[in-house]
Design a protein around this ligand. Sequence first.
Ligand code: F6R
Length: 617
Amino acid sequence: MCGIVGVTGREDALDVILRGLRRLEYRGYDSAGVVLADGGAPLQIVKRGGKLANLEAALEDESLVGATGIGHTRWATHGAPTDRNAHPHSDPDQRVAVVHNGIIENWEELKAGLPDAEFSSETDTEVVAHLVAAEVEGGATLPDAVRAVVRRLQGAFALCVQHADTPGMIVVAKREAPLIIGHADGVGYCASDVAAMITHTRDVSALLDDQVAELTPEGMVVTDLDGAPTQAHDYHVDWDLDAAEKQGYEHFMLKEIHEQPQAIADTLRDRLGPAEGPSGTPRLHLDECRIEEGEFGRIDKVFIVACGTSLYSSMVGKLAIEHWAGVPVEVEVASEFRYRDPILDPHTLVIAVSQSGETSDTMAAATHARDQRAPVMALVNVVGSTLARESDAVFYTHAGPEVAVASTKAFTTQLAAFLVIGLYLGQARGRVFSSEIGDILSRLQRLPDQVRQVLELDDTMARLAQQYADVPYTMFIGRHVGLPIAMEGALKLKEISYQHAEAFPAGEMKHGPIALIEDGSLVVALAQAGHTFAKMVSNIQEVRARGASVLAIGTDGLEGDLKAHAHDLVTLPEASHELASPILAAIPLQLFAYHVAVARGEDIDQPRNLAKTVTVE
Ligand code: F6R
């Protein structure tokens, strides 16, 4: 996820771009860059690693001129967050400049087709600049060149392209990533999000997949990939600026909850490499691997270390790894790990899980493991974060920036990532066949649509939240994959609504916690389809008999049993694999916590006493 802004036909183009980028910085702040055209080559490009402020400081020493330009704020996916990898990217003569949001899946293959080209970054984007330059060199107009290149791209992208020979023109294209265009008073605008354009025009058009638009001061022309005129989705924005940054959502947390279908699709995308070996079968691969892959085949034990929400996804990770890789896994609170004597050696894999990749406790646990010569795999969201850099192998969740303190999409993408990591370790240990991996991965592709379906429960969860907003105590119970979700549900509720909530293994209730139940307590029971379903139904009856109100989260088709015993029932689609079911169950609990906090009037995106990234021990 990155932010793109373009403008053509304004003398103060640079200012307009910088103000737009400021509003899009929530989409990523690993680096920022701008390009301006004033009718000559090379194009004027300035870019810097780090936040937008670094770019603004660099621009003080430059005198960029031109009424047409593009800006970019980056959330790194391919290549570390450095000056070199910052956008715009260009051909060696700086005649073409390209900014990009998304992931071009076949960039390596396209790059291999340009053996003589000089590349100056590690990004997937630069290949587009080279390809467009070659098309224009061959006689194509800029829009034709972009259409020809886009036809060859696989993956998700919003692209914005400029050429020195057509200084008043910007060409944009998109597939599975947002791009909005608009035109007012002789000026053309484009941006990843209307927030960057809203002060200039409120009548905008959302480009549809595989559409290409040509923006000039004279107007905008939208075509399909064959160059035939077509229609984008026109609409009028009536939100104010603050709402626009959140794309119309009241809070970043709600926006990020609704981003989960896309985020999960991005986590699962492009995990199988090209066909290899005598059998010619594709194999799973990691985003980065600085040790010999064969080492994963020799591990005999796994530790997973993490904090908070990441710790709960790790508990599902344990189940996935034990299931597919057949190796014992221990999950440990990162802040405790190095204060005991974990038995570590080069055959122990330590997986450090962190959205930010900067959490001190998790970093310290990973360092402790590396000191004992245990290989460390990082499961992180932020590309180029300290944990990612200092680990032997990295799996990125590609969830995009998470702004709200309460983690949502980072959690469900970690759950999706652990399914792939379980299969990857199973593959390395020769325990799962590639046909099985292919089959499971293709069934997992249903997840984004199923998550979309679950998000339709928003109104239901808002109603239930109103109903239960003032209960004195909420207990979450679950078994097997339901237990970590119960724990995450309780954490979400307490951290944003400040309501007292705890989670217990449903089978443990009778050993003590059931004493807490009294009239008016709320028990949220995770009872999805799976081998512990019948046991959960019994546990629900036990708490209900002692006066609790029961809100059950169950599976379509099994409502019969649950309806008879729960006061309220929320039904979910059946996951394509039992280990994927937590992803669906987490979402109603996120919505529940969100709406309880709204009902209680709390500060949702910045709850008291908490910080997004915890860099103290
Ligand atoms: C809760 C939450 C925290 C984080 C924890 C670890 O919503 O966000 O519990 O999960 O602080 O942070 P990361 O994953 O960045 O290491």
